[in-house]
Write a protein that binds this ligand. Sequence first.
Ligand SMILES: Nc1nc2c(c(=O)[nH]1)N[C@H]1C(S)=C(S)[C@@H](COP(=O)(O)OP(=O)(O)OC[C@H]3O[C@@H](n4cnc5c(=O)[nH]c(N)nc54)[C@H](O)[C@@H]3O)O[C@H]1N2
Ligand SMILES: Nc1nc2c(c(=O)[nH]1)N[C@H]1C(S)=C(S)[C@@H](COP(=O)(O)OP(=O)(O)OC[C@H]3O[C@@H](n4cnc5c(=O)[nH]c(N)nc54)[C@H](O)[C@@H]3O)O[C@H]1N2
Ligand SMILES: [Mo]
Length: 697
Amino acid sequence: MISAESGTPATSVVRGACPHDCPDTCATLVTVRDGRAIRIQGDPDHPFTDGFLCAKVNRYLERTYHPDRLSAPLRRVGPKGSGQFEPVSWDVALDDIAGRLADIAASADGPQAILPYSYAGTMGLLQGSSVDRRFFHALGASRLDRTICATAGKVGMMMTVGASIGADGEGVPECDLVLLWGTNTLTSNPHLWPHILKARERGAHLIAIDPVRTRTAEQCDEWLGIRPGTDAALALAMMHVLFDEGLQDDDYLAQYTLGADDLRVRAAEWSPERAAPITGLPAETIRTLARRYGTARAAFLRINYGLQRHGGGGMAVRTIACLPAITGHWRHPGGGVQLSTSGNFRFNSAALERPDLNPDVRTINMIRLGEALTRDDAGVGGPPVRALVVYNSNPADVAPDRNEVLRGLGREDLFTVVLEHFQTNTADWADYVLPATTQLEHWDVHLAYGHHHATLNRPAIAPLGDSRPNTEIFRQLGRRMGLDASLFAEDDQALVRLALQSGHANMGGVTFERLMEEGWVRLNLPSPYAPFATGGFPTPSGKCEFRSARLEAMGLDPLPTYTAPYELPETAPRLAARFPLSLISSPRHYFLNSTFVNIASLRKDAEPECMMHPIDAERRGLVSGTRVVVHNDRGHFAAALRVEDGVREGVVWAPSIWWGKLSPDGQNANATTSQRETDLGHGPVFYDNLVEVSAAD
Ligand SMILES: Nc1nc2c(c(=O)[nH]1)N[C@H]1C(S)=C(S)[C@@H](COP(=O)(O)OP(=O)(O)OC[C@H]3O[C@@H](n4cnc5c(=O)[nH]c(N)nc54)[C@H](O)[C@@H]3O)O[C@H]1N2
Ligand SMILES: Nc1nc2c(c(=O)[nH]1)N[C@H]1C(S)=C(S)[C@@H](COP(=O)(O)OP(=O)(O)OC[C@H]3O[C@@H](n4cnc5c(=O)[nH]c(N)nc54)[C@H](O)[C@@H]3O)O[C@H]1N2
Ligand SMILES: [Mo]
């Protein structure tokens, strides 16, 4: 608690952290009166939160006190998937779950027949990846490769600059050019925007590179409506112009990069005229962009995860990430590229998670859940998946190839446990649904992937109903199953302290005491922070690796290259003849993946929509307001059509991720997406997805 408001001793303000999967990780202030949270606001003193919250988290109290919040453990009574449950006590639920998991572990299939499934419903280290991991590691369950969002780009960055480290958003006011490249900042990273506006006030030019003219692109000085999945070709053509016109920083290249001569040769192959038909951008536009970039002093290049959801997404990120080392923009605060800042946070995750407990189990890629649940060997060899424990995720709506996922969840012999706040589509398929606490009700500690502040979350109110924190649920399961008791001995505050004990210099000063006092603490980094101003790249060579021996060892092109998407007319002509449109199903402004979809004030009577260019609509005889079906061989979903020139020709945009059960036909965009993997990091290809759009009748 930071203060008691004047005169009302029962009122207090509790510091917290927004738990959601977003680069901004806001510091929150929750006002509590008589045990009830009555207000949530952004911390005005936090340099990134800046006193405001997004459209969604402003409604966090409505979500927390929602009449549909799960309040008791539920046991399935009706047929699988019918959504019929009865409340039971925690003891009954946990005893039965522990018994069922123990039976599977003791069977011939062994513990690897048990699969945890979680992602970033909360990004908190405790409720997201601590006791849960210890539990599954000690049990010997299969491991989950948590690839659904970021791994393609993460590996792309790792191969190039060496880690998930990037330009500091707080330096952005000092830059003179902003490229928002495959990111919808105002929707998915809104707290960066004020910093961008400060740069603009000082004369910076703003460019959005996106197949969709998003609300962010609308606010920029230019919108470049690139063809999906072709960003690497654009970046290579920019390099061509940079070298051709002598706009490179020879000194930076010589001191801090590896393979500059090879890169020059590669770039020479990529004239703007070659990139133009691939990217759908005129050669002159590419030249102008490259010159603007090459003559800028410090360009801030914001890429985000939207751009890497294509077959060549890893290489695209890697190729773009080479640009600031060619021009030397890294030298100045605000210059460089930012995909993520998370690599600067050095919490003691190994102590929280204890991955040492079972190094030798199989790993299942979370984006191939459909396959894992429907193949006898889970698609990877070994036993079938016989038990699935889901928390912090809603795979029935967010995982690709949703129809195969639902076939898997529908297996009568699959034992499914779901820890949730709400009865999601995933929870509908469960054998047990366990009520979990929200961020207002539990402890946690947070990193960020869009700034450099660690944040503590203190519980503001008591758990609602009979809900329990994830940590506590896994502690109790661990004890019931007779696993090493010492793994489940610490309480949540002790786990926060443990998380902070890494000894890494970046965490210097980030202490429990300071977090309790101040709520958030900036990492021990200079401010503003220019991570690679004088090299120091955490790659094997210590340089920005234009040439990567690690990629070569993986059998991949060691140099930046353009890897075409799986599904475009030039790569899949027969498919494109039937399904000629590229579907992008990126976040709707008022949803956070599939979270908040059930909050009435955020759904606002809206229905699933699909935006299409007038030329594509005319070819199909479709007009705005037509009820359409978006479809391909994997599945279909219904939407209301909006015809507008804010998407490029050949692209359709379906803002997502709808709850199947809140959509008119029970479906969503993931009925059409595939389980294919990106070139690097085994990530998903949500936006590499050909469809056709037809009138509903
Ligand atoms: N409001 C809100 N905020 C969110 C989220 C949310 O669901 N809602 N999700 C959070 C999460 S989990 C993440 S990972 C981040 C994602 O953050 P972003 O990456 O910023 O978000 P996306 O909307 O997925 O993608 C951004 C843009 O990429 C464009 N795009 C798609 N394909 C391509 C391409 O091939 N090239 C280019 N240049 N652009 C392309 C899309 O049209 C979209 O406008 O946002 C986080 N913030
Ligand atoms: N078509 C399409 N599909 C996509 C994307 C896309 O852009 N298009 N985006 C992808 C991306 S970037 C991501 S990151 C994934 C996100 O996928 P998920 O990580 O599954 O995210 P959410 O859909 O927000 O679901 C999180 C669930 O966790 C629950 N939850 C939150 N906090 C807690 C807690 O403390 N305890 C428990 N037990 N539960 C909690 C919430 O109630 C919510 O139902 O989706 C991916 N899927
Ligand atoms: Mo994500």
